[in-house]
Design a protein around this ligand. Structure first.
Ligand SMILES: NC(=O)c1ccc[n+]([C@@H]2O[C@H](COP(=O)([O-])OP(=O)(O)OC[C@H]3O[C@@H](n4cnc5c(N)ncnc54)[C@H](OP(=O)(O)O)[C@@H]3O)[C@@H](O)[C@H]2O)c1
Length: 292
């Protein structure tokens, strides 16, 4: 039985990934991670009411990716519950995310970048060392952010030798810059979009994590433009379809490819069509793959 932990899985794209795992792979168990037990129980109940047999392959894990204590406790719980297996987990999906349109750089980075790092530090030791996988749910906002940066900053984000200490220094710098667009422009950062910054950093972190764990497959993807509680408030007054938004099930497709398909290598970023894409500019679905 393969086991896959998905963070922020009580709704939206995370819930759709859990549902796709249960529906398409009956040899796989989903660890539905949620920061609120009540919301997690409601999500489990909704899946079980759809198909009662799924209860056997579902485990609820309380996990707030923004908190060191919560992530450590969740890893201890999962390690304890599945401890009889030498390799408790097949994969991790870092899906939890916040902050589209937010100015709060520190909070957005804490969930969207430091969150996946906390989860990886705590859960990678539980992964199957030979075939384990990590999937980061990123966003096209990342490459779009990098594209607006100065050439020097662009080189930073795509540097294959990038170190975590350099990303930490960038977090400090941006936290001090606050939300002033002029300050970001002066620093060569192009835009004060905290969400885009967090996803640009997440893609770079994916690259460096893959370098540190060469036997694992660690990749990031954008789900595409998906109608969820994250995007809906920005679409008021216009129909989701008119904006080109797709349902959460469509947002699970690239993640499912990175979990079960054959991505070419590790440390890469994929478009919503599950095709490799660059870290420093937008590649639209249907465009040729990035080969760099
Ligand atoms: N929708 C899109 O078009 C789109 C496009 C590109 C990328 N993405 C990315 O896709 C991922 C999922 O987003 P979504 O669109 O499905 O949004 P969503 O419906 O708002 O779901 C976000 C999920 O993250 C959880 N979450 C937030 N903060 C958390 C924390 N500190 N600890 C644990 N869980 C936390 C939420 O839990 P609560 O219910 O407890 O708040 C929820 O389960 C995000 O990483 C987002 O950036 C989405």
């Amino acid at each position: 039985m393969r086991r896959i932990l998905v963070t922020g899985a009580n709704k939206g794209i995370g819930a759709a990934i859990v549902r796709a795992i249960l529906d398409e792979y009956d040899d796989t168990m989903a660890l539905l991670a949620c920061r609120d037990r009540g919301r997690g129980e409601a999500a489990v109940a909704a899946l079980v009411s759809e198909r009662p047999a799924w209860r056997e392959r579902l485990m609820l894990v309380e996990l707030d990716v923004g908190s060191d204590a919560s992530v450590s406790a969740a890893a201890a719980t999962v390690g304890g519950a599945l401890g009889s297996s030498p390799t408790p987990l097949y994969a991790l999906v870092n899906n939890a995310g916040i902050g589209l349109g937010s100015n709060d750089v520190a909070s957005v980075l804490n969930v969207n970048l430091l969150g996946p790092r906390r989860v990886c530090e705590a859960f990678v030791p539980l992964l199957d060392p030979e075939r384990g996988r990590v999937v980061h749910i990123s966003s096209a906002s990342g490459p779009n952010f990098v594209n607006r940066c100065s050439p020097e900053r662009q080189r930073f984000f795509v540097d294959p030798e990038l170190q975590w200490s350099a990303l930490e220094a960038l977090i400090d710098e941006c936290t001090k810059l606050g939300a002033t667009p002029e300050a970001y422009a002066a620093a060569g950062l192009g835009s004060s979009d905290a969400y885009g910054l967090s996803k640009a950093c997440l893609n770079s972190y994916t690259m460096l994590l893959a370098r540190e764990h060469p036997t694992l497959r660690i990749n990031a993807c954008t789900p595409g433009y998906i109608e969820t509680d994250l995007t809906r408030p920005h679409a008021s007054g216009t129909s989701p379809a008119a904006l080109g938004m797709k349902p959460p099930s469509a947002g699970a497709r690239a993640a499912m490819f990175l979990l079960f398909g054959q991505p070419d290598g590790s440390g890469h970023y994929y478009g919503s069509d599950a095709v490799r894409s660059p870290l420093d500019r937008y590649r639209a679905p249907g465009d040729p793959p990035f080969l760099g």
